[in-house]
Design a protein around this ligand. Structure first.
Ligand code: PEP
Ligand code: MN
Length: 345
């Protein structure tokens, strides 16, 4: 249920409403909008009729049921778009489009620093790189782990670019939070509910990728797991789904961008690298993602894709990334948005 408060609600009335929601067995999520304050009464408490009856309390404008199974992620609870602050004034979900670029895996100091400098020069806003890799084969490279995180931090020190990196398990949260500016939850973990709950408890933006077999509703329910634990800084990422088509690695479902926009206030970015699996398809689909209304892009870039330990085929060389960014800027203009500048060093 959504309890919509009157503009002139008094502090003691507000407190009484919150207490009553909790006594009925629900969590009271207070959402402060620019126009009005609403409280999302969320949970499996038994007392729907009593919640509805709160309409009669002083300070309450009206009480409306939330029709979607996801509550805090829904536009019903929060009609205004969420703008997620990252660091140094960079945000995701506002007027500016962000580009997160970098290698699939962190491989060496030289590789990550060279890539960071190149993507920054081309206009990227953030640096991505995996230190903990979820590989299909247990015999494939699994990531440099903490050594990789240290290299990412060195790259941030060298360029100022905020860091996006993947987390695979709850026990790594403390370690990864020391280095990362955004925690990435990969496609394979989109329904790892214990992990979602843990990242819901920290004060760090979370980039939640759609799974290869996740419906839009399931995707939003995963976001709901994070939001319901208190972390409101969730960014959704479309990265393609598995279909009968084998000519591409995944089928990049760009219709999810406007569709998500109709259902949620959370920012949505697109990953055309994993979405297509081929570097030649990345730039056209990046342009299309911006045209579809994406708030940003996640792009794999590697100085020597032929020698990359993971995802070389879909990685752009820095010069190709630079070319992509030049064309992309015209699509960003056409979408009436701006490219978020990387932090000043
Ligand atoms: C990645 O970003 O390198 C990655 C593993 O992506 P996904 O989880 O989308 O496969
Ligand atoms: Mn990858």
């Amino acid at each position: 249920m959504i309890i919509v408060l009157r503009k002139d609600v008094k502090q003691d009335q507000f407190q009484e409403i919150v207490d009553m929601i909790q006594e009925l067995g629900y969590h009271a999520h207070v959402i402060q909008g620019t126009e009005r304050t609403v409280i999302g009464a969320v949970g499996s408490g038994r007392g729907k009729d009593k919640l509805q009856a709160m309409e009669n309390l002083p300070g309450v404008e009206n009480v409306v049921p939330i029709l979607q199974p996801y509550k805090l992620a829904s536009l019903e609870v929060k009609p205004e778009k969420t703008v997620v602050p990252i660091r140094d004034g960079i945000t995701v979900g506002g007027d500016e489009v962000v580009v997160m670029a970098g290698p699939c895996s962190v491989e060496s100091e030289e590789q990550i620093i060279e890539t960071a400098k190149a993507v920054k020069a081309a206009g990227a806003t953030m640096l991505r790189g995996g230190a903990f890799k979820p590989r299909t084969s247990p015999y494939s490279f699994q990531g440099m782990e903490e050594e990789g995180l240290i290299l990412l931090r060195n790259a941030r020190d060298a360029t100022g670019l905020p860091i996006v990196t993947e987390i695979l398990k709850p026990s790594d949260i403390e370690l990864i939070c020391k280095y990362a500016d955004i925690l990435q939850i990969g496609a394979r973990n989109v329904q790892n509910f214990p992990l979602l709950k843990e990242v819901g408890k920290v004060d760090k933006p979370v980039l939640l990728k759609r799974g290869m077999m996740t419906t839009i509703e399931e995707f939003l329910m995963s976001a709901e797991y994070i939001l319901s634990e208190g972390n409101k800084k969730v960014i959704l990422c479309e990265r393609g789904i598995r279909t009968f088509e084998t000519a591409t690695r995944n089928t990049l479902d760009l219709s999810s961008v406007p569709l998500l926009r109709q259902r949620t206030h959370l920012p949505v970015i697109v990953d055309p690298s994993h979405g297509t699996g081929h570097w030649r398809l990345v730039a056209p689909m990046a342009n299309a993602a911006i045209a579809a209304g994406a708030d940003g892009l996640l792009i794999e870039v590697h100085p020597h894709p032929d020698h990359a330990v993971s995802d070389g085929i879909q990685s752009l060389k820095p010069e190709k990334f630079d070319k992509m960014m030049k064309t992309l800027s015209r699509f960003i203009d056409a979408a009436d948005r701006k490219l978020a500048a990387p932090p000043q060093q």
